[in-house]
Design a protein around this ligand. Structure first.
Ligand SMILES: [Zn+2]
Length: 442
């Protein structure tokens, strides 16, 4: 089965081809070119679109779609303390409804590969991780679910209440079982499992160490929150006598199989060490601005050669999941932080949203439009009132608010056409989300 995507402009990630095309077979790209295209079983002709590599979401908490709009003006710790008791009420059904909304919004914004960091597993509520994996199959999203965890409750000096933490032995054995059941290491994989204790203030150092050993035994990746706020830095210095990144290094959490979310409060030396270790950072500009967490030193991380991707983060601290918006926000925030328009250019912002995220997730087969890569393609409409006539389309699309993803292809299959989701009913997903959010609010 061959698929041909034609577009007014094809941006491969490194080349810009006017009236270009991408030919795919069985989910992989065969050829990228211009001029008369080869014949194909299925043709998507988008003369009014720019076709790009599908966007990659390197940090998220999809269950949070059911708890948007809480603590609108709080810090991270205030926001977390208010939300933990609400999250303690989630179950597999809640997570399924929320994940449908999260994944629908991601696909509709041109995202084709996403992780999800799920760390709330209330006692006795089974099937939460399975609900996430099944929803990704239902909607057609390439998916890297993280088996997250919390084990350091309030009574042990952690931030979360004891009611939402799990026993460490249970976490490790469940993680191992989920890897055995769902992890597919092959190129072109649609599902890879990640090991992801939540943060230095919600798990013990021992669980961090054991999780790293488990992940390396099974050759899967590691993910956690790091250096998000100054409150976290104070917590680590007081409790462990280490800055957050120093603690991670001590616990074996540096290396090319690790990526952190946020990485905001890092020293010059820490940035150099992250780059040397080839560790990744998922920058989440909307969430960081919403929570007033600070601004990631994206340009310094990029300059030193660190792997940097973009994440929408959970919708409880973003209120949306639009990866193209994160590229736009990353570009503007870097320029504010650096007081210079040279801090981050538009092509670099798109690189973070595509290849950078694929690097964090360990996917050399994703992130650009080249022969041999996965056929994950997003076509953004540029003939509407918001975008018509923009001079430099690649730059203009990052400077302007996001364009509509007209066609989105994942694994060689169209999941969005004419700006509508083909794999789910958007209105039905929204109605179920509203009902679930009301029920969870109590
Ligand atoms: Zn997060």
């Amino acid at each position: 089965m061959t698929l041909l995507v034609k577009a007014g402009l094809v941006f491969t990630g490194s080349r810009e081809i006017e009236n270009g095309w991408v030919l795919a077979r069985d989910g992989m790209i065969l050829e990228v070119g211009s001029g008369p295209p080869p014949p194909a079983d299925e043709v998507c002709d988008e003369p009014n679109c720019i076709a790009m590599p599908g966007l990659v979401n390197a940090h998220d908490h999809m269950y949070q779609w059911a708890t948007r709009g809480y603590v609108p003006d709080g810090t991270l710790f205030e926001w977390l303390r208010a939300l933990y008791p609400v999250w303690a009420r989630i179950d597999a059904d809640t997570v399924r409804v929320a994940a449908r909304a999260a994944m629908a919004r991601l696909l509709l914004s041109g995202c084709t590969l996403s992780t999800d960091h799920h760390y709330v597993f209330p006692r006795g509520r089974l099937g939460i991780f399975e609900a996430l994996v099944e929803t990704s199959r239902e909607l057609g999203l390439r998916f890297h679910p993280c088996r997250g965890s919390m084990s350091l409750g309030e009574s042990q000096g952690g931030l979360p209440p004891d009611s939402v933490v799990e026993k460490e032995d249970d976490i490790l054995s469940d993680t191992e079982a989920l890897i055995a059941r769902h992890h597919d290491p092959k190129p072109g994989s649609m599902c890879r499992v990640v090991v992801a204790p939540c943060s230095p203030f919600s798990v013990t150092p021992q669980l961090m160490r054991d999780s790293a050993a488990l992940a390396r035994r099974h050759k899967v990746r590691l993910h956690t929150h790091l250096a998000e706020t100054l409150d976290e830095e104070r917590f680590c210095v007081e409790k462990f006598g280490r800055r957050p990144y120093e603690l991670m290094e001590d616990l074996g959490w540096a290396g090319d199989d690790v990526w952190y979310a946020h990485g905001i409060h890092l020293s010059d030396a820490e940035i150099d060490r992250i780059a040397e270790a080839h560790t990744g950072v998922a920058h989440c500009p909307s969430s960081n601005m919403r929570l007033g967490a600070g601004a990631c030193r994206v340009e310094d991380l990029v300059r030193t050669g660190a792997r940097v991707g973009l994440g929408v983060d959970g919708a409880a601290s973003n209120e949306d999941a639009n990866l193209a918006m994160e590229a736009h926000q990353a570009l503007l925030l870097a320029r504010v932080r650096g007081s210079s328009p040279g801090a981050l250019d538009a092509r670099a912002a798109w690189r973070l949203a595509t290849q950078g995220g694929a690097d964090c997730l360990g996917r050399p087969d994703c992130g650009s439009l080249e022969p041999g890569k996965c056929a994950d393609i997003a076509c953004f409409r540029v003939d509407d009132l918001a975008h018509a006539g923009i001079a430099d389309l690649v730059a203009g699309l990052a400077l302007a608010p996001p364009a509509q993803a007209q066609t989105v292809i994942v694994n060689g299959r169209a999941v969005v056409r004419e700006g509508r989701l083909l794999t789910g009913d958007e209105d039905q997903i929204a109605r179920a989300l509203a009902a679930t959010s009301r029920r969870l609010a109590g």
